[in-house]
Design a binder for this molecule. Structure first.
Ligand code: GDP
Ligand code: CA
Length: 319
């Protein structure tokens, strides 16, 4: 079975770990979000690609959900001693090595997709990880600031420095319109037996991937079941700021509204949590087959059960 998954960071990675446990024989291609990428200290940092790579490769800091296990922060504190920031972005010593290798290869002329493949040669994530594009895309968030009025900030500044504490007026994947899908992305979609949207952020993770011209169209035209899992449970994101960025695009933070936002032109099936069972008829009325099942990824077993439910729903759609 060939499965294509569009993934952000933590939500995508934890789901993928469950999917691999549920379907160890499956051929899984992950199209990763690169809109969160940021240049820091002269290095190219790809938080979502790394979260997927570290989580599936066994190097992730489990409780935190991002960054390396057994991490130390000597480089960061030495940089701070020189007054060199930003201090709000946590880059650990082990993690720095990944960004140094990536930057070195990028500067030598390798595209991000080739660099990602090289990094994965070490981590052996057991899936094929492809960035959505080799071109530079950077998600910016429009906010109001006391000092400078309305301005755009990098997504990481909104999320990590400001903790999404202020309202987002717009979310713009800068560069997406001119970006081309990375080599292998459209081919994987065309060859897929099923396409899954894990409970990743619908706006700044999956939405950004879908903003690369050609990807949304390829998924809609693939002619295979497309099934998603809600990142919104009981009217709120399980973690993170999905409610803030959904508000910025005019979508209510409910499981049903997120399904409608993707739309029946893209999505064939949608899983909501059991606490949102009452919204199943609404989703089905919109032309999307819907089931209510437990959607909390408390451990790999729970995530694997979710993955199985998604594949079962895909089979129902196919039939
Ligand atoms: P990020 O890039 O690290 O923010 O990760 P993703 O975009 O892949 O996933 C973020 C989304 O995952 C958030 O909107 C969360 O609500 C959702 N999420 C995290 N853990 C869970 C979980 O256990 N169950 C569900 N249903 N959603 C989750
Ligand atoms: Ca992310």
């Amino acid at each position: 079975m060939r499965i294509v998954v569009l993934a952000g960071g933590i939500g995508g990675a934890r789901f993928l770990r469950g999917l691999k446990a549920a379907e160890p024989e499956a051929d899984i291609t992950v199209i990763g979000n690169t809109g969160d990428d940021i240049h820091l200290f002269g290095l190219k940092v790809c938080p979502d690609l790394d979260t997927v790579m570290y989580t599936l490769g066994g190097g992730i800091h489990e409780e935190q959900g991002w960054g390396r296990a057994d991490e130390s922060f000597s480089v960061k504190s030495e940089l701070a001693a020189y007054g060199v920031g930003p201090e709000w972005f946590g880059l650990g010593d082990r993690d720095f090595a990944t960004h140094i290798v990536r930057t070195q290869m990028t500067q030598a002329g390798y595209p991000l997709s080739a660099v990602t493949e090289a990094l994965c040669a070490r981590w052996q994530p057991g899936i094929r990880l492809i960035p959505m594009t080799d071109d530079r895309v950077e998600t910016h968030v429009l906010i109001d600031t006391p000092a400078e009025g309305r301005k755009a900030v990098h997504f990481q500044e909104y999320w990590v420095r400001l903790h999404a504490a202020v309202d987002a007026h717009a979310v713009v994947p800068v560069g997406a319109e001119q970006a081309k899908p990375a080599p292998g992305v459209l081919e994987a979609i065309a060859a897929a037996d099923v396409i899954l949207f894990p409970p990743s952020n619908p706006v700044v993770s999956i939405g950004t991937i879908l903003a690369v011209p050609g990807i949304r169209e390829a998924i809609a035209e693939a002619g295979v079941p497309v099934v998603g899992l809600s990142p919104i449970v009981g009217g709120a994101p399980v973690r993170g700021m999905a409610d803030k960025v959904l508000a910025a695009v005019g979508v209510e933070a409910t499981a049903a509204a997120v399904a409608a936002h993707y739309g029946s032109g893209l999505l064939d099936g949608w899983l909501v949590d059991t606490v949102d069972a009452a919204s199943v008829p609404e989703v089905e009325a919109a032309g999307i087959r819907c089931r209510a099942v437990p959607l909390l990824m408390t451990d790999v077993k729970a995530s694997a059960t979710m993955a199985r439910e998604a594949l079962t729903l895909a089979e129902e759609v196919r039939a």
